[in-house]
Ligand binder design. Structure first.
Ligand code: GLN
Length: 484
């Protein structure tokens, strides 16, 4: 059952081969049996999932099903879920039950999707390995000694291990694409403004964007379809019609121009990963695409600029956790200052504190111009690089990550090395562009991700370009043995 695509699942549900309750039970049982090896879930919602499945079955019987009616999914614990714990991977929100649904949650509910549970993640989505969670690290289903990537590692691991056919994630600097790459699945970060951020706990608001994880581009198209759309409660959400993402999946890509940036094949890139990406690009050539070498000259500035902009926004966003209105509150505070200091000191983990300090510093009087303003200017240069590139090419391709999944603990002592895991993904967020990652090879029995970047609102094209590759190759069909 768990190897079926969304099309097959929808078909089976409609024909009555199995019910949504049966499907949901199947996944809940797998989670019960296997998740202790991965720690992909923070909360499993047995009762509410079965209730949603029952309702979905009635809807299907009445002939009123929609795209994901009765289909189970795992929800990153950064999305607010009415009446269900929403922790964002932090002790700060360990006892927080959201009093409302995020817009994405609302859309999935309306469509009749079944939420299996909330997935583990780096605390407040800060990280590239899913090791900073208050609930312990997530493990990679391909090798449980390795990280699944982050911050949406729980969602990626859940889909890779067939504990859910679909999952949601968020991507501020790579948190959908990087774990998708390391776990061997498909993940897409949409254009900034495509998916509403309402009720999605804020990390760096000008970069955060929700998106789907799935085993294939086709499956991802279904979830993105449901997640996308205008919402006036997010002032940066763009009021633009959502195309039918599944409709363009059969389009020919003959004549497509693929830009391959020199900067993405530089020193730090693992040779095995480089070879896999070169092979993948050859598949596209076979499909009739033209390859063009391009340059994105400011690529090396993206990580430094990001680590000014993202912490700046995070220090402002996370100031709301004061131990008064919500969040962890320390015991017996002596006065207001003691309440703030101890509540925040106890509630936040080390990485979050590091970012808050960095962000407060770069925004402080006297340093603002030197750091924050400068970083914003660099951000413009990075956007301009992409703008110039897209006047010549249709999509840009390269590796999603410089190497395959690394061992747990390998990079935790050195934050800068950890930050460099996102060297190929961060520029996309700074420019607000869409990007996706698909599995495109194996190195040391661990998956390699191919990144495909498109111009603004080109999600339909990206999904089709990925789909065409998946018609030719079967990397996306491989599953880790222990979870297949
Ligand atoms: N790894 C990056 C960071 O630590 C990006 C995280 C993300 O995309 N949420 O900030």
């Amino acid at each position: 059952m768990h190897s079926k695509s969304i099309v097959e699942l929808n078909d089976g549900l409609k024909k009555g081969e199995f019910s949504s309750v049966e499907l949901t039970q199947h996944y809940l049982q797998r989670i019960k049996k296997l998740d202790s090896k991965l720690n992909a879930f923070i909360t499993v919602c047995d009762d509410s999932a079965l209730e949603q499945a029952k309702q979905a079955d009635q809807r299907i019987k009445a002939g009123q099903s929609s795209l994901l009616t009765g289909i189970p999914y795992a929800h990153k614990d950064i999305f607010c879920t009415d009446g269900i714990k929403t922790s964002c991977g932090s002790k700060m929100l360990d006892s927080f039950t959201a009093p409302y649904d995020a817009y994405v949650t609302e859309l999935l509910k309306k469509d009749g999707a079944v939420m299996l549970g909330k997935t583990n993640m780096d605390e407040f989505a800060m990280g590239s390995s899913s090791e900073t969670s208050f609930y312990g690290p997530v493990r990679n289903p391909w090798n449980t000694a390795c990280v699944p990537g982050g911050s949406s590692g729980g969602s990626a691991a859940a889909v890779a291990a067939n504990l859910a056919p679909l999952a949601t994630g968020t991507d501020t600097g790579g948190s959908i694409r990087q774990p998708a790459a390391l776990c061997g699945i498909t993940g897409i970060k949409p254009t900034y403004g495509r998916v509403s951020r309402y009720g999605m706990i804020a990390f760096a608001s000008s970069l955060d964007q929700g998106g789907p994880f799935a085993r294939s581009a086709e499956d991802a198209a279904y979830l993105l379809q449901v997640m996308s759309g205008f919402d006036q409660r997010d002032s940066t959400c763009v009021d633009k019609p959502v195309p039918d993402y599944t409709k363009s999946l059969g389009d020919s890509i003959s004549g497509l121009t693929i830009g391959v940036p020199n900067e993405y094949f530089s020193d730090g890139l693992d040779t095995g990963v480089a070879q896999s990406i070169e092979q993948a690009i050859k598949v596209y050539e076979k499909l009739g695409a033209k390859i063009k070498k391009i340059t994105l000259p400011n690529t090396n500035l993206s990580v430094p600029a990001y680590y000014v902009v993202a912490p700046a926004e995070c220090s402002s966003n996370l100031s709301r956790y004061d131990g008064v209105r919500f969040g962890h509150r320390c015991d017996d505070p002596e006065n207001l200052e003691d309440l703030y200091e101890r509540s925040r000191g106890e509630g936040f983990g080390d990485e979050v504190k590091r970012r808050i300090m960095l962000g407060t510093y770069v925004l402080s009087a006297g340093y603002y111009d030197a750091y924050y303003l400068k970083a914003q200017k660099v951000r413009r240069l990075i956007s301009n690089d992409f703008k110039a590139a897209f006047s010549d090419v249709d999509v840009i391709m390269g590796p999603t990550t410089p190497e395959v999944a690394f061992k747990l603990g390998e990079k935790t002592a050195d934050p800068v090395t950890m930050y460099l895991s996102d060297i190929f993904t961060i520029a996309v967020n700074l420019a607000g562009l869409p990007g996706l990652s698909i599995p495109a090879g194996m190195v040391n029995d661990l998956p390699v991700g191919l990144q495909i970047i498109g111009d603004y609102f080109s999600e339909a094209k990206l999904l089709n370009v990925a789909h065409q590759f998946q018609q030719e190759t079967d990397w996306h069909k491989q599953s880790p043995k222990a979870f297949s």
